[in-house]
Design a protein around this ligand. Structure first.
Ligand code: ADP
Ligand code: TRP
Length: 333
């Protein structure tokens, strides 16, 4: 049996990128008897960039509801909130002794965040990968379903795990790998020509799980396009590649192939392509939105799920922390 861990920051309603790149895989892994899954809300991580105490509770609830609406089942996996486990910050402190300032400063997401948040380059941002590694190794995980943007964080997690094993001459932590069912990790593009759909992108760039049918139509009809191909099999600009990538996710193979051919023989009409994409996107998102809206009003249920999850995650986290303290010699008296 392999252990699976993944988390999402509660920084907004989940979008298609989060769903298709990560959460959908959590759900598939939950159905596989070879995996024991832990899926959590990374609320500590959200504090590195989002410090709004009045908003946080709402965002956490939305994220739990999105997990459940996507099909995660608390009977089959453990769903919990990161800050409910004090073992995590304790292990994080110990892991910080194994992380080098130089390697943390080189992380691509850190460099990007300090560009975006020049006014608040806090130590939490620098040690973000250490906390993330802690989330993963606290359950001694083997596999971590995430999108492509998290690849480097997983590489660092493996480095920390290996470093711990070699420094203390033990074979304690497995080396966890980023996981996707396909060959490669996924990066869902935005509708504004950007290569990654994200919560913090431009207003119309992301399709959120709670978008109405009209929101979806409007955003897709406004998506960036060029003036169209003028020669057969012409190379596609990024915004057109993006539309095709989105179509590959939500439309049938026949639909995709017919527009692909139309592009290549210059008969494509972007208006038709977008209309089709919008209807297929609605078919994909609407059932999740419906469940999400039902779940959001049932706060008692959400709270029951995470309080039960806390108990299950607690046992696993306590065991790892106790082992680590023993290995490190923190076991006198
Ligand atoms: P965001 O990047 O939108 O702030 P998070 O950082 O909370 O979202 O990411 C949660 C999960 O969703 C991670 O596993 C991340 O890799 C994945 N993810 C986020 N955006 C995308 C995307 N555009 N394509 C694929 N996966 C993504
Ligand atoms: N860093 C991840 C993101 O931005 C969220 C995250 C925190 C995470 N801890 C994790 C993902 C542990 C997987 C495993 O998406």
């Amino acid at each position: 049996m392999e252990t699976v861990v993944s988390g999402t920051r509660p920084t907004g309603v989940l979008h298609l990128g989060n769903y298709y790149g990560a959460v959908r895989n959590y759900v598939r892994m939950q159905e596989d008897p070879n995996y024991n899954g832990y899926f959590f809300i990374a609320d500590f991580h959200s504090l590195t960039t989002h410090q709004q105490p009045d908003e946080l509770g709402k965002l956490v609830k939305q994220t739990i509801a999105a997990y459940l609406a996507s099909g995660l089942d608390p009977e089959k996996v453990t769903i919990y909130i990161q800050s409910h486990l004090p073992q995590i910050p304790e292990l994080y402190l110990l892991m910080n002794m194994l992380a080098y300032k130089g390697e943390l400063e080189k992380v691509a997401t850190f460099k990007e965040k300090i560009r975006q948040h020049k006014e608040n380059v806090n130590a939490g941002l620098l040690t973000y990968p250490v906390l993330m590694a802690t989330d993963i190794i606290i359950h001694r995980a083997h596999k971590v379903p995430v999108g492509k943007d998290q690849e480097q964080h997983l590489e660092m997690t493996r480095n920390f795990a290996k470093r711990f094993n070699s420094r203390y001459e033990v074979d304690y932590f497995p080396e966890p790998t980023a996981f996707n069912y396909g060959e490669e990790l996924v990066k869902v593009p935005g509708l504004d020509g950007s290569t990654k759909m994200s919560k913090s992108g431009t207003v119309n760039s992301a399709i959120f799980l709670d978008d109405s049918d009209d929101d979806i139509r409007r955003k897709i009809m406004r998506a960036k396009t060029d003036t169209g191909p003028t020669a057969e099999n012409q190379e596609r600009p990024q915004e057109i590649i993006n539309l095709f990538d989105l179509m590959q996710i939500v439309s049938t193979e026949e639909t995709y192939t017919s527009f692909d051919k139309a592009y290549n023989n210059c008969t494509i009409r972007y208006g038709d392509m977008k209309k089709q994409l919008a209807e297929d996107m609605i078919g994909y998102i609407a059932p999740i939105r419906k469940k999400l809206n039902e779940l959001l009003v049932d706060e008692d249920h959400l709270s029951k799920v995470v309080l039960e999850g806390r108990e299950k995650a607690w046992d696993s986290a306590s065991k790892t922390l106790a082992d680590v303290k023993n290995i490190m010699g923190l076991n006198y008296f």
